[in-house]
Design a protein around this ligand. Structure first.
Ligand code: GTP
Ligand code: MG
Length: 388
């Protein structure tokens, strides 16, 4: 028997991933993440423990922390309806949120095609005649729940957003064409994801091509220290075709699985915070900004502060172009109400009313001026010291 990944074992045994990690902790088994592999002995021990637990009709080895949740409720198996991303609250009351996924990779390796395929098959079609608005992110509905994709040109957005200190993406998909393998921008994308400490999933695209060589891609990955799981490593590699759709469902499944392991949560009742994904000026509508809600809930009429500017939400649309009144965590929304276009990557916060918004802006302006003055003073005293 070869090595087994932690989450695979959890799935096979019908145990919650977190429960599995907890058992390993109790056993003193060290692991890096739930995608780490276990040796045969550990697998057997775990199997024994689970069997004991089930024989005892519940949580024999479960510590008090988890026993408050009945085992049967811990992981709803194949819920008939689509599970709502915010429905399952944890013990401490902070609900799960949908994962935010970014697609990166070399030119022409099929990033847009992959997103198009997902959007086409997983996003409710707009009624004919509706204006197709470009929103830099969209929500896909899968059997495993909602997944949010950031649909902006490659790693440009990823890096500008990150350069401003905001991490919007929870998972990065590195797209590699099966007929081209690793290219300069592939390496760059991998480096970006690693720097951001965002888990990666490799999608080997274009497997429909006769010259496709997915095995070569896997071997090449090992040269940059990304060892595919079938070679005993930690990297999930999904062969697929954005053209035929083969393998795309698997990718969505792996995204959901990775998200589950990341245990992503956000409180819709907390104070709002978000990030500007992109913005543009529409000749008729004015400034349209796409905001990713990261925490809290946005409502039409709220006052938003971005840097040293503020605005009031006049209208809000979701990625499907529907008008909405409020939006919770992991929801990309297009907002009308800024007087100037904010830059992508800027952090967005909200204020109770216009007065509070103005005060926040004033305090930021004040802080910036103080910092500038301090810099100027340091420069002057340095010059004095030098006797100039
Ligand atoms: P840039 O945005 O320029 O970096 O490219 P991209 O990565 O978005 O690639 P894009 O989706 O534009 O695809 C590039 C070319 O590859 C297009 O001609 C696609 O039709 C083709 N292509 C993408 N995916 C597949 C696939 O799975 N199979 C085949 N045969 N062709 C594909
Ligand atoms: Mg593209």
């Amino acid at each position: 028997m070869s090595k087994v990944r932690i989450y695979t074992l959890a799935k096979d045994l019908g145990v919650d991933n977190n429960r599995m990690l907890q058992m390993l902790d109790e056993l003193g088994v060290s692991y890096k993440s739930a995608s780490s592999t276990l040796d045969e002995d550990t697998v057997e021990t775990i199997k024994g423990l689970i069997a004991d637990e089930q024989a005892n009709g519940g949580s024999a080895a479960a510590p008090a922390a988890t026993s408050s949740t009945p085992a049967a409720e811990a992981e709803p198996a194949a819920a008939p309806s689509e599970p709502a991303a915010t429905a399952d609250a944890s013990d401490d009351g902070v609900p799960h949120r949908a994962p935010v996924v970014t697609i990166m990779g070399h030119v022409d390796h099929g990033k847009t095609s992959l997103l198009d395929y997902i959007r086409k098959t997983k996003v409710a079609a707009k009624e004919a005649g509706g204006i197709t608005q470009h929103v830099g992110a969209f929500e896909a509905k899968t059997s495993k729940g909602k997944i949010v994709f950031i649909d902006t040109p490659g790693h440009e957005a990823f890096t500008t957003i990150r350069a401003r200190g905001a991490n919007v993406a929870d998972i990065a998909i590195i797209v590699i064409a099966a007929d081209d393998s690793l290219m300069p921008q592939t390496r760059e994308a991998i480096a970006h994801a690693q720097a951001a400490k965002v888990p990666m999933i490799v999608a080997i695209n274009k497997v429909d091509l006769p010259q496709a060589d997915p095995e070569r891609v896997k071997t090449d990955l090992t040269t940059v220290n990304l060892v595919p799981e079938e070679y005993g490593g930690d990297i999930i590699v999904v062969p697929l075709s954005a053209k035929t759709g083969e393998g795309v469902e698997d990718l969505l499944e792996y995204i959901s699985l990775t998200a589950e392991l990341e245990d992503l949560r956000a409180d819709p009742k907390a104070e709002f915070s978000g990030v500007i994904i992109e913005s543009r000026v529409d000749k008729q509508a004015g400034v349209l900004a796409t905001v990713m809600v990261q925490q809290g809930t946005l409502r039409v009429g709220d006052f938003l502060v971005v840097g040293e500017k503020y605005g009031k939400i006049k209208a809000m649309t979701n990625s499907n172009g529907d008008r909405i009144k409020e939006a919770g965590p992991s929801t990309p929304v297009q907002i009308l109400g800024f007087s100037e276009a904010p830059t992508s990557g800027e952090k967005v916060s909200s204020a109770k009313n216009e007065h509070a918004a103005r005060e926040l802006v004033a305090s930021r302006v004040g802080e910036r001026r103080d910092a500038e003055a301090a810099r100027q003073n340091r420069k002057l005293s340095l010059e004095e010291m030098m006797g100039s």
